[in-house]
Design a protein around this ligand. Structure first.
Ligand SMILES: CC(C)(COP(=O)(O)OP(=O)(O)OC[C@H]1O[C@@H](n2cnc3c(N)ncnc32)[C@H](O)[C@@H]1OP(=O)(O)O)[C@@H](O)C(=O)NCCC(=O)NCCS
Length: 167
């Protein structure tokens, strides 16, 4: 299957929101997505199949450009489990690596989101900390980390991941 991974364009907004509403309802909204694209235009990638948007992933970086964040990702249900989620992780890690000051990449994960956790572990991410009550009383968040020093050893575990050239 020819799935392309490419940087998003501003006119992808509506399709992206439609997809996000299907894969993870009530999590992403147009305003948040627009802010991501304004702040991190080179850190947001889409997956397409035969011209149709079937997934996208967002990343960001802190103001000191030392900590990158994987912020949101999704793949259309019909295409899940085919390695596309991992290709979106790889695209964002490659883009973040362009920052020479980068020290680590962090991501918030739900402990029940096995596919997300597996995709991240494939690149060497490990659970770093749990923040109690982050989403409200009794609702914790888990943060996984990937130190930049661990990145060069990513390639063998993420074998088969390839990104189409930037258009
Ligand atoms: C999380 C998500 C982006 C992953 O994308 P994907 O294309 O399905 O993931 P991949 O095919 O690259 O697989 C990633 C890992 O999950 C594993 N996996 C896939 N389907 C699985 C399943 N049904 N059960 C358990 N593991 C599964 C894969 O084997 C792979 O792990 P491996 O490297 O150890 O083999 C996608 O499932 C999704 O959109 N989920 C809904 C939205 C969401 O939760 N987003 C993340 C939070 S923002």
């Amino acid at each position: 299957m020819d799935v392309r991974i490419e940087p998003v364009r501003r006119d992808d907004f509506s399709e992206m929101i439609r997809l996000a509403d299907l894969t993870l309802p009530d999590r992403m909204n147009l305003h948040e997505l627009k802010k991501y694209i304004e702040l991190f235009p080179e850190l947001i990638f889409k997956a397409t199949h035969e011209g149709r948007l079937i997934g996208f992933g967002c990343a960001g970086i802190d103001m000191y450009q030392t900590t990158g964040w994987l912020l949101f990702s999704n793949v259309h249900q019909d295409y899940q489990g085919k390695g596309i989620g991992k290709r979106l992780v790889e695209a964002r890690l490659q883009a973040l690596r362009q920052f020479s000051t980068l020290q680590q990449v962090l991501v918030t994960v739900s402990e029940t989101n096995i596919k997300s956790i597996r995709a991240l572990e494939a690149f060497g991410f490990v659970l770093a900390q749990k923040e109690e009550d982050y989403y409200g009383t009794g609702k914790q968040r888990n943060i996984m980390t990937l130190p930049v020093l661990a990145m060069p050893s990513l390639a063998p575990k993420a074998a088969g991941v390839s990104i189409n050239p930037v258009l």
